[in-house]
Design a protein around this ligand. Sequence first.
Ligand code: GLA
Length: 585
Amino acid sequence: MSEFTVGETDFLLDGRPVRLLSGALHYFRVHEAHWGHRLAMLRAMGLNCVETYVPWNLHEPRPGRFEDVQALGRFLDAAREAGLWAIVRPGPYICAEWENGGLPHWLTGELGTRVRTRDERFLGHLERWFGALLPGIVDRQIDRGGPVIMVQVENEYGSYGSDAEYLRRLAGLLRAQGVTVPLVTSDGPEDHMLSSGSIPGVLATVNFGSHARAGFETLRRHRPEGPLMCMEFWCGWFDHWGGEHITRDAQDAAAALREILECGASVNLYMAHGGTSFAGWAGANRGGGALHEGPLEPDVTSYDYDAPIDESGNPTDKFWRFREVLAEYAQGPLPELPPAPPRLGTEAAVLLTGRAPLGAVLDRLGGPETSAPVPPTFEELDVDRGLVRYEVTVPGPRQPYPLVARGLRDLAVVYVDGERAGVLAEGDEQLKEPVAGHARVELWVESLGRVNYGPRSGEPKGITGGVLHERQYLHDVRARGLRLDALDDIGDVAFEPMAGDGARGLYRGTVTVRGAGDAQLELPGWTRGFAWVNGFNLGRYWSAGPQRSLYVPGPVLREGENEVWLLELEESAPEGTESVLLRTA
Ligand code: GLA
């Protein structure tokens, strides 16, 4: 058994100085059958450690109901087998371009901005969650023969809050539940962030993409002693729907990595391999400059991140350049790259065979219908990812007046008396044509992902301000939610023959595959929705780009016939439904 400790200037393994050459890889963004390959790729790049967050909302979808909390333990076992140490960052908040920064919707729905503070109700929920999660980490600490050498307390807390008592309670909780390895915090290299994000007795680290010397100088002003570490070296970046695809030059990133190592510091590449935000778990930012109060900027499904190991697991130019730099700091020759997982043999077209209108899908798979004076939020309807149909009646007879979905988050496809009347969005909340009474109005509202960073994280989804006709609130709202995970098993939803009229709805089809392996699903002409292969939700597609196709992990495909479902929420390709195809990744 070994002991990992924090020395005055170095990390120490059984008393000997070691440098952590770590890379971020989120187990929840990689198909489990690919973990071994990706971890071996980290080793081959020259890393000796892997780092992962843990998303609370994935594992506790409803209070007290846990789902596959063991996944983290299985991943840590795979890391150990791959010969890597592990850093675990269990949050509870993780940011990470992940829905709600990892906090459950039911938690932020109940507590709002009381989360991430010493609020007793928040700490109560947290204690229950950590009670389920932490044993899997504690049992795999290095002093028990496991790979875990460090555990992070919160995440960039100094970018968010200033409740030092909360951080102390959180660290205390980790210790009380048996975490014996060093604890660590990580923050931006700014004085106010470091002073509010770190706590005495816990190692502080910094996050940045360049200017290592300056970053570590700032850290030294706060911590004259202790090993230097960049916990998130941003060697790439993520994309927003409707934005530009962002890349970072490989040579520039390699030079920035070298600067970190020349400072004598340890590093965690964020990301070494980004993977995919499957199943609609991608989060969102608020734009608008430093205050992060501006327009919603939802994150794309791919979390490729322009990382050295791309979304399909291939080494990029950045991989080879990082490998050169890391090789100089390695104990011996670097291991060879593992064999790449199989790729799809030949391109294959999806044959769509039927469609179910959304109303029918809602009837089969939706939650209970509720009726209330004002529209309930997604949180109140227990919808984490998915959509809600709101129905109101405009009393009549009355003159035509503007109809407004006040405080809409995020998008609404609107029908008046069964006719499509427009698509509304936050900031564009009024129907083009005024509506006369009597009329029956349906607003199908979608969440594009909850904010994961800044003061607006955790804000609720839905029609948060009410439905207005002229300036009058239309009270008496019927609402019904459709959780995305309800569609993982579509059961006996009844499908109608294909019509090729561009309508929205749930489409079903098959694709016959020869040589199952990694693929990309292409949907030219389709607008926005979600795609499943054999019940595995690949995530959101959207013609807004910049992402153009969805990554299909080889292990979800099988030789021969496969099932495909498309939930199109706006408009399907008019005629060419046969244009949906799988191509080799
Ligand atoms: C911060 C967070 C990460 C991630 C990056 C941006 O550093 O700590 O979780 O969101 O920003 O990718």
